[in-house]
Design a protein around this ligand. Structure first.
Ligand SMILES: [Zn+2]
Length: 238
């Protein structure tokens, strides 16, 4: 019976914000952040958290102009299919900014080619821990957002850290490692992405005074929301 209980605790029924229907969420492994999946769309918790936050804070998102930087996975497909004005981009080192490579627009968060005040919702998922100059990148996103627009994003927040830790920086056009290099998986680069920052709750120090920030955290297995690093940040341009 103990074994049965253990088995059943690996699966729960609930409502998937991405499938928009009743589903089952199951644990494929112990690292829930990547392994607590929706049976149907295979989304991971942060993707469901992001869509849940969109529904809570920007429930007209289907009719707004959304841009997502470095998308991948079930939530990006869902947003693309449900928002007429959804566009996305990746950064390709050898392509001119604003130009297209294999049909995908090339953008650098630290130097966007979009017009100022042209976007309602800017989305990044697990991107900012790889950005070399987050102050520049946040400033650029703020520039391209309309007044009242939002940057909604996920990034690992280490709540036990008193202060954000910088792991790498650029010196004379070269990467300088301040701490042992750490890489995360990258859908467009098999070498992975270097982690540049481990953010604490003081991440808000990177935002300008014109931004009001909500840090959202909900654990709710009925929505498939559980696991490590589940914060979603909502940064609104005033
Ligand atoms: Zn789903």
């Amino acid at each position: 019976m103990g074994a049965d209980n253990q088995e059943s605790s690996k699966v729960n029924s609930g409502y998937c914000p991405i499938c928009e229907k009743e589903t089952y969420f199951y644990e494929k492994g112990n690292w829930l952040r990547d392994e607590y999946l929706c049976l149907y769309c295979h989304s991971i918790p942060r993707e469901r958290a992001l869509v849940h936050v969109l529904n809570q804070f920007e429930n007209n998102w289907r009719n707004l102009i959304i841009h997502e930087s470095s998308p991948g996975g079930a939530s990006a497909d869902y947003l693309k299919n449900n928002c007429k004005s959804y566009t996305d981009s990746h950064f390709f080192p050898n392509i001119n900014l604003g130009e297209y490579y294999n049909g995908v627009r090339c953008e650098n968060l630290e130097s966007l080619t979009f017009d100022s005040e042209s976007i309602d919702i800017f989305i990044t998922q697990d991107v900012f821990e790889h950005v070399m100059n987050p102050i520049e990148a946040f400033k650029e996103i703020e520039r391209v957002l309309k007044i009242g627009g939002v940057h909604i994003f996920t990034v690992p927040i280490y709540t036990k850290l008193d202060k954000t830790v910088q792991r790498a920086r650029i010196v004379n056009n070269e990467v300088e490692h301040i701490l042992e290099p750490d890489y995360h998986g990258n859908p467009i680069d098999k070498n992975g992405s270097l982690v540049t920052y481990e953010y604490g709750l003081d991440i808000t120090k990177f935002f300008s005074n014109a931004i009001s920030t909500t840090i959202y955290l909900e654990k709710n297995r009925q929505l498939g929301l559980d696991g490590e690093f589940l914060h979603v940040l909502i940064c609104r341009k005033n």
